[in-house]
Design a protein around this ligand. Structure first.
Ligand code: PRE
Length: 300
């Protein structure tokens, strides 16, 4: 019997970079207007999975994703993918002068120099996504949209310029998430993500970092965002090499939880680009077995 294709809610509308990313994970795709709405679809079961952007090599973290993953019912990442991002400029056919250019704030930030050099008088306007900007141009609300190249296939707009990118080789990382359940199997090249609210005491962050360092766990990202509560209260988003099934990673995670009881696990999943983690788990396994033996009266 053929397994049913899982439905993926993605940050849309049609023609976003996120749709392109989601296509790499499946074919039954449903757009949602915002990142929280895509994630909510996976929480309510309207979709099995959600695909959202998480970070860009030029503009950094995507705040809407970070906030939505820290709040509400938990979701865990089961896969990631990385796309090279270059933009196209779409206009209405025969549309006249470009006075306003709309796009997602992350996209505008990645073509700031191009716009200053090529459309110095145009006003940049934030849209909910690059494809939402294309829709706005189609409706006559704005004159041009900075979009993913695929948007040109979805909307009756003209491609006025291609390959826009102030920084060559810019990349965006996307996550595929679902409600908590069985984790993906370890592959030897995995990433684990958590979000932590650190208690307000001297040295807590240093204590946390030491726990990773002591176990030889390499951090790949650490970001902070305000909790939206008292001024000065922050959450830390920490990504690190390895899978929670590995003893040293599980051990680091347990230590993290002891320092910061408000720790949310956001998944252990294969890295988009395989990087074998040369990690010594053998000594952790041997030491744990030694303790078990002592407890059972078989060793000393
Ligand atoms: O608007 C889109 O096309 C998106 O998928 C969002 C997004 C982002 O959030 O960074 C994705 C990739 C680009 O960096 C610009 C915008």
């Amino acid at each position: 019997m053929v397994a049913p294709v899982p439905r993926i809610a993605y940050f849309g509308p049609r023609g976003t970079f996120t749709e392109q990313a989601a296509r790499g994970f499946g074919s039954d795709l449903e757009p949602r207007e915002t990142i929280p709405a895509a994630l909510e679809a996976a929480r309510t079961g309207e979709a099995e999975l959600a695909c959202v952007p998480v970070e860009n090599s030029v503009e950094g973290a995507v705040p809407a994703t970070m906030d939505a993953l820290a709040e509400g019912a938990p979701l865990i990442a089961v896969a990631e993918t990385v796309l090279a991002v270059r933009f196209s400029l779409l206009v209405r056919p025969g549309g006249g002068p470009v006075r306003t250019v709309a796009s997602h704030p992350h996209a505008l930030a990645q073509v700031r120099h191009w716009l200053a050099a090529n459309l110095p008088d145009a006003v940049a306007v934030a849209a909910t996504s690059t494809a939402a900007a294309a829709v706005a141009v189609q409706r006559g609300e704005h004159d041009a949209a900075v979009t993913a190249p695929v948007a040109a296939e979805h909307y009756p707009l003209e491609v006025a310029a291609t390959d826009l990118a102030d920084v060559r080789d810019a990349k965006t990382r996307f996550l595929l998430l679902r409600g908590p359940g069985a984790l993906p199997e370890p592959t030897g090249s995995d990433r684990t993500s958590v979000v932590v609210t650190a208690p307000d005491r001297v040295g807590v962050l240093s204590d946390v970092l030491v726990e990773f360092a002591l176990r030889g766990v390499n951090l790949t990202r650490i970001e902070s965002r305000p909790t939206k509560g008292p001024l000065g209260e922050y959450r830390f988003y920490i990504d690190f090499d390895g899978h929670v099934a590995e003893p040293r990673v599980g051990d680091a995670l347990a230590a993290l939880r002891r320092h910061c009881p408000d720790t949310r696990f956001l998944g252990s999943y294969p890295k988009a680009v395989r990087e074998d983690v040369v990690a010594e788990n053998a000594d952790f396994v041997a030491a744990a077995e030694w303790v078990v033996a002592i407890r059972e009266g078989r060793g000393a």
